[in-house]
Every structure is written in C-alpha cells, then in structure tokens.
Design a protein around this ligand. Structure first.
Ligand SMILES: [Zn+2]
Length: 246
C-alpha cells in the first residue's frame, strides 16, 4: 500500500469518527429540546409526573413542561390546597395570542390570587412558588402567612413592553403563560408592595428579595424592579422558552 493510500484511509476514518460524534451530539440536543418544549408526552417520559407538594423535585423544569399539552395530567396534578384552579376552554392561537390547556385560578396555598386565564404549566409553577418559597419566607420574616397576592397582569394580547430589542415579539402574556405580581397581603393585614418596599434593607425588602430569588427555580423567566423601569412595581414570571432571572 502506498503512503498516499494510507493517508487517505486515515482521513476517511477520522471523518467517520467526527460524523459519528456530531450525530450523537445532535441526537442529545434534539432530546433536550424535545423535553424543553414539552414535546415528549408524559406516558413516554422516563421522568415520573410532577407532585406539587415535592419541593425538592428533581428534573423540575421537565416535569412542569410535561403539563403543557396534557389536559388529563393537568387535572390530576393541580390539586388543593396548593392550588385551587379549574380548567377552561382553549382559545386557539390567532395573531400570536390565545392559549391551550388553561385554567382559572382562585388561590394558592390559602392565599387569594384571582387569575382568569393561565396555562396549566404556569399555574403549577406558581402554586409551587407560593407553597415552597412565599409562605416559608413570610413565616421567616414576619411570623405570619400570606393571605393574598396582587395580580398586576395575566393574559394580554400584546408585545413585550420596555425593551427595544424584544419589542417586536409577542409577550408570554399573549399566550397566558405569564403573570405579574405587585404586592403581598399578610394575615395580620400588613401589605408589602414592590413599589414601596423593594429598595432598602428593611424586613419587607429582605422578604421581597427572598421570594424573587426563590422564583427562579420554578419559572423560566423572572424579572424584578432591578431589571428595568417597566418592572419597577412588579415581578414578571413566565414559562416561555428563554431562561433568565434578573
Ligand atoms: Zn409581565
């Protein structure tokens, strides 16, 4: 065999190895995207269904996403006392607005929070955040419980507000996949609002910072007053495709 032929064979072998490695990477990427987007039905998933009461749930993001298209799983998962919510009819997407697999929510962990339309996935994340972050933080900082949260915006057919770059894109609010929260009411009547209490080093500010930080585990996007002026008086939470906690 000539040196030239040997060199050719070696190059072909290296190329084949490279293609094989690339194919494995593409396959892993496709599986991750399928989980991230909720394309894998629960019955085909190796991960067990979400339990709202399990605050240490592994693969939490995938478990939440599996609720996206599955009405039966949603009905079996959203349960009192963590969440009081009832299924609502789909509003088919038009001009980038509408929802599928939505619920109407009235309370989460004994705290009143009326929301007319919200995706099941978003409601589950919200219920877990109130149960495992908000109520424990209220006990820690105020020795009290939260009895109500102020809804400052749920479903709204609109684009993203407050950003030049994202202003041409539909907000997650346009698909009932986002919720804005502006204040918390405690059992003793006190009211903690982002507008009044976010700044400084008070107990109220520490509570707000704790619940902001704790939200990042449950929602994909969490934006607070430090993000931009448009969010000076509320937290924005959503379960879209981006991941950001600011
Ligand atoms: Zn928002």
């Amino acid at each position: 065999m000539t040196d030239r032929a040997t060199s050719y064979d070696r190059t072909v072998r290296q190329l084949k190895r490279l293609v094989a490695k690339f194919s494995v990477l593409v396959a892993i990427g496709a599986i991750l995207v399928a989980f991230w987007s909720g394309a894998i039905p629960q019955r085909m998933s190796p991960i067990s269904p979400l339990d709202l009461s399990d605050k240490d749930s592994w693969f939490l993001d995938f478990r939440l996403t599996s609720l996206r298209h599955d009405k039966a799983l949603c009905a079996a998962t959203l349960k009192a006392p963590i969440l009081i919510a009832t299924p609502i009819s789909d509003q088919p997407y038009k001009d980038g607005c509408g929802w599928i697999n939505g619920v109407r929510m009235s309370s989460a962990s004994s705290a009143k929070i009326p929301v007319n339309a919200m995706t099941c996935e978003m409601a589950a994340a919200f219920g877990m955040w109130v149960a495992h972050v908000v109520q424990p933080a209220a006990q820690l900082h105020f020795k009290s419980s939260v009895t109500g949260l102020l809804n400052m915006g749920g479903y709204s057919c609109r684009n993203i507000i407050g950003s030049k770059f994202w202003g041409d894109f539909r907000s997650q609010h346009a698909t009932a996949n986002a919720l804005d929260i502006g204040a918390f009411t405690l059992a003793d009547g006190r009211r903690i609002s982002l507008k009044k209490d976010w700044q400084g080093d008070t107990t109220e500010a520490k509570f707000l910072r704790d619940v902001h930080r704790g939200a990042c585990r449950y929602f994909r996007v969490v934006l607070g007053p430090d993000y931009n002026a448009a969010h000076h008086d509320h937290f924005h939470f959503d379960r879209g495709y981006l991941k950001s906690c600011r």
